[in-house]
Design a binder for this molecule. Structure first.
Ligand code: EPZ
Length: 430
């Protein structure tokens, strides 16, 4: 398993460009199942999760090819009639990447049948799909779970009023799955409690480019007027706000001064405001953020929430940063209350973090800031935890070894190479 060797202490300087968004690209690739004509996607990042979804689509009778300029071409194999195209998304692939479950809605809408593996367990906590299934059933799909697979059928979905929020707020990929089903249902659907994340809005933009009729994207109530068929489209994916926030926290944790461009600053307003509260100086333009790190960050209480709050996907990176703050910070996660696998590993780097407390409302930890972290060998447990450990290594004294960095490559396009471009001392070792 590959690992990263990081020698800490280098303040980061320079300029970096954000890659396309993983969490927008994946549901958009799945939605290409709906298209009657070829689709070309621009700005799809080169990630193992993208390759896994491409494998799932190929197993469903799609052709997926990456062009030299990085664009992705997707099309149903026109040599096979739609009714006889395969509809089974296998456990081997879906268990590797939960977003693979996003093929369920498009398959049902376009092919009338689907056999999709339940996503299985996840390091970041309990992740049911009950909201997805209940909403698809409300659209008239017959669904049953058999041997770990969702077996679904619908001659033609029918528009309905449905709910996409649960005890922990709206579901992001649930909104994506159901939106892709509703766009080809007969009549109008109203999606209540829908997720308003920029990635969902981007998916809506792609569906609209193929001819779908959608109103209210970016609000909790989305109205969809179903259409008989959807064409093809050429579409550019939005920048990755989670990668951008991770890069800004890397600059902050080293006390550096650098610019991240090619992003939409509004997508991370809450992150920028919290960074300023810790003492960072932030200058923004319509498509870039220049951050000057604080001498020593001030402690800051953080609560991860659905958009537009602080994303749960940077909660771990915040914890690494605040472990060097002046004072005590409380970190809460309302979306995934148990998402604290990184705590034990950060403590190996001499961070002072109390044992996480999980209650009905959220999970929380208290971080007592220390002046310095000390390098050590640590193991990545999931995608965002691996980024947090890399960031802590950038600030730690001496050498940090981060093992199992395959997690990182699932969601970051060559993060280590990007950080080296800003002056970090990182080597990748087999
Ligand atoms: C998406 O996951 C992202 N993944 C996650 O990013 C992100 O952490 C999450 O949204 C929250 O922002 C992709 O977009 C591919 P949810 P998703 O359904 O859609 C509960 C990363 O690091 N829930 O919005 O699977 C659920 O347990 C990944 O890039 C139900 O109860 O998350 C959670 O507590 C990790 N029933 C909350 O809702 C359901 O049917 C939000 O989950 C569905 C969800």
């Amino acid at each position: 398993m590959e690992r990263l060797c990081i020698t800490g202490g280098q303040p980061l300087h320079g300029t970096l460009t954000t890659s396309g968004s993983k969490n927008a690209a994946l549901p958009i690739m799945a939605a290409s199942i709906l298209a009657d004509e070829p689709v070309r996607l621009e700005g799809v990042p080169r990630l193992t999760d993208v390759s896994t979804l491409a494998d799932i689509l190929r197993s469903l009778g799609m052709s997926v090819s990456r062009l030299e300029n990085g664009d992705l071409d997707l099309a149903s194999l026109d040599s096979i009639a739609v009714d006889s195209l395969p509809v089974r998304a296998d456990y081997e692939l879906v268990s590797r990447m939960r977003a693979g479950f996003c093929v369920l809605g498009p398959l049902l809408a376009r092919r009338g049948r689907a056999v999709v593996s339940l996503p299985g367990g996840c390091a970041i906590g309990d992740r049911p799909v009950d909201l997805h299934l209940a909403a698809l059933a409300a659209l008239g799909a017959e669904l049953k779970v058999e041997h770990g697979y969702v077996v679904a059928r619908a001659k033609r979905l029918v528009g309905a009023e449905l709910q996409l929020s649960g005890p922990r707020g709206p579901t992001v990929t649930g909104t994506a799955n159901v939106l892709c089903a509703a766009v080809m249902a007969r009549g109008e659907s109203v999606l209540h409690g829908a997720a308003i994340e920029p990635e969902v809005v981007d998916l809506g933009g792609f569906l609209g480019a193929m001819g779908a009729r959608i109103e209210g994207l970016g609000t909790p109530t989305i109205r969809v007027e179903g259409v008989e068929q959807l064409g093809g489209a050429r579409y550019r994916i939005i920048p990755d706000r989670i990668e951008a926030a991770t890069l800004l926290l890397a600059i902050a944790i080293t006390g550096g001064r650098a610019t991240v461009d090619g992003l939409v600053p509004q997508h991370i307003d809450a992150v920028l405001a919290a960074l300023e509260c810790t003492g960072c100086h932030i200058d923004t333009t319509p498509a870039s953020v220049c951050l000057t790190g604080a001498q020593r960050p001030r402690a800051q209480d953080i609560c991860a929430k659905p958009y537009p709050g602080i994303p749960t996907d940077i909660q771990a990176q915040w914890m690494a940063y605040l472990s060097l703050a002046q004072g005590r910070s409380t970190i809460r996660d309302e979306v995934f209350p148990g998402r604290f696998m990184h705590v034990a590993e950060l403590k190996r780097l001499s961070a002072r973090i109390e044992t996480p407390v999980t209650s009905a409302g959220d999970g929380r930890v208290v971080v007592e800031g220390v002046k310095r972290l000390a390098g050590a060998t640590v193991t990545a447990t999931d995608l965002r935890a691996s980024a947090a450990l890399a960031l802590a290594g950038l600030a730690a004294d001496g050498e940090t070894i981060v093992r199992d960095v395959y997690h990182l490559d699932r969601g970051y396009e060559r993060l280590d190479a990007k950080l080296v471009k800003l002056g970090a001392d990182i080597r990748r070792q087999p």
